[in-house]
Design a protein around this ligand. Structure first.
Ligand SMILES: Cc1cc2nc3c(=O)[nH]c(=O)nc-3n(C[C@H](O)[C@H](O)[C@H](O)COP(=O)(O)OP(=O)(O)OC[C@H]3O[C@@H](n4cnc5c(N)ncnc54)[C@H](O)[C@@H]3O)c2cc1C
Length: 435
């Protein structure tokens, strides 16, 4: 039987391995960490498994919905009304419905009307026209300078830090389109969550893989892809070579470049042109709710973060017995000195700011806290992404690659990564031809 090795046990790797196994290959999946799931993995919070980063689902996340159906888990997917708000200069403003937008005092009445029209106009625009434009001038043109600073600047700073100036307008457009699909009416947005969190589907996929006879190895960090005559012959793991007829890498591109150093230098140089940003994210288990909103963007000089996600306002996680889960993420380059800040310093600064959002908040509300960091959390969508995004196929005929940048201009998502894994595996199977 022909042998396939999949590197990485996140959503893309699990889906790729599943597709290859169903295609009749002998499959080994190698995951460097102790658990499956990658950026979507969970950890133990005082006896309850919770995702280390927040995850919500949008209408149109079809690969995720299909995977749940295939695994008999459709009943675990729930859709719920979700609310968002802006915290501007000490005041919390709901920001979802036309009425809330009209009451949004930080903007003048004319700016509010213009913002509503701009969102509608943007949804009718075309990706190819927006791709080469930079997001910030485009947003200023659509919304006006002042509205840009209040509504969009926090998001740009939040997601892209020092890369904000370089982002393609198509990325913002795609985000508006994705969220607009979740609008069930002008008054209501519905987001989805999976009972038990993303781990429910990721673990089930891992188990199904093993039931189907694939090997799923954890704590197995691939050191490099072994190549001979321009083809992969195997992968080096734990000092030994595991032979392979085809290899799919699903690790982030900066890591893939190190693993596949024998690929042509000009190809590896091109991959290096796609920047990736890191993240640190404060995770809090609280005994009280801070706001009634799922998502709050902040625009207040006293608040050191640009947004926070009160996850239990979407997924109530009944196992928590009424406690609340709050994430405060900060995307930034791992070279930024703030990336290496002491965990307790972040905890103190961020929880001090929560008292501005809810005057009764104090640290006795915190039952548990943790800080997670990832050097590669988000590929950056530059204005040349249509030319620079790599395909799954590489210069080696039996090495295939997935990375969230292949979803651009769309943001990364679990569903998107399932799609990438599925398509890369389908291409890999086709490249092998009939058995
Ligand atoms: C803060 C945050 C919020 C998010 N919110 C959402 C959301 O709301 N909705 C949504 O759908 N998505 C969300 N996502 C995105 C989602 O988590 C990712 O898109 C998805 O996990 C990417 O899957 P992947 O398999 O492509 O990569 P990864 O999850 O990065 O998986 C790659 C795997 O490869 C492993 N690996 C690395 N090096 C090696 C090696 N040398 N050998 C073997 N294994 C290796 C890693 O340990 C990892 O498990 C969010 C992500 C973040 C960071």
């Amino acid at each position: 039987m022909r042998r396939a090795v999949v590197i990485g046990g996140g959503p893309a790797g699990l889906k790729a391995a599943h597709t290859l196994r169903k295609g009749g290959l002998d499959v080994t999946l190698l995951e460097s960490g102790p658990i499956l799931g990658g950026l979507a993995s969970s950890f133990d919070v005082q006896g309850v498994r919770i995702e280390k980063y927040y995850h919500f689902i949008c209408r149109g996340d079809d690969d995720l919905v299909d995977t749940l159906r295939e695994l008999g888990l459709s009943g675990k997917l729930h859709w719920k009304s979700s609310r968002m708000a802006y915290f501007v200069d000490g005041q919390l403003y709901p920001f979802l419905t036309p009425l809330e937008l009209m009451r949004f005092a930080p903007l003048t009445l004319a700016e509010r009307v213009r913002a509503g029209v701009a969102v509608k106009r943007a949804q009718r625009m075309r990706e190819e026209d927006l791709a080469p434009q930079k997001a910030i001038p485009w947003l200023k043109k659509m919304f006006g300078n002042h509205a840009y600073h209040v509504i969009w600047e926090p998001l740009m700073r939040f997601k892209f830090a020092e890369h904000a100036e370089e982002i393609s307008a198509a990325w913002i457009w795609a985000r508006m389109v994705r969220l607009s699909r979740s609008r069930v009416s002008a008054w209501r947005e519905e987001l989805g969550y999976i009972e038990g969190g993303s781990q429910t589907v990721l673990d089930a996929l891992g188990q199904d893989l093993e039931t189907r006879g694939a090997r799923v190895l954890k704590n197995a960090s691939v050191e490099r892809i072994v190549m001979e005559g321009g083809r992969a012959t195997g992968v080096r793991v734990g000092g030994e070579t595991l032979p392979a007829d085809v290899v799919i890498s699903t690790v982030t591109i900066p890591r893939f470049r190190a693993l596949a150093a024998d690929l042509p230098a000009d190809y590896l140089d091109r991959l290096a042109r796609i920047p990736t940003i890191g993240i640190f994210c404060l995770f809090l288990r609280l005994r009280e709710r801070v706001t009634p909103f799922f998502w709050v963007n902040t625009h207040d000089p006293r608040v050191p973060f640009a947004g926070m996600i009160e996850y239990t306002n979407l997924n109530p996680v009944p196992e928590l017995g009424g406690d609340r889960i709050l994430y405060v993420p900060q995307y930034l380059s791992p070279d930024d000195p703030r990336y290496a800040q002491d965990d307790e310093a972040v905890f103190r600064a961020y929880t001090d700011a929560l008292a501005l959002l809810h005057p009764a908040f104090d640290r006795s509300w915190v039952k548990f806290h943790a800080l997670f960091r990832d050097r590669f959390a988000q590929p950056i969508c530059l204005t040349d992404y249509r030319e620079t995004t790599p395909r799954h196929a590489t210069p080696a005929p039996n090495i295939f690659v997935t990375d969230s940048c292949q979803l651009h201009p769309h943001d990364r998502s679990i569903s998107g990564s399932f799609g990438l894994g599925r398509v890369a595996a389908t291409e890999a199977l086709a490249s092998l031809g009939p058995a």
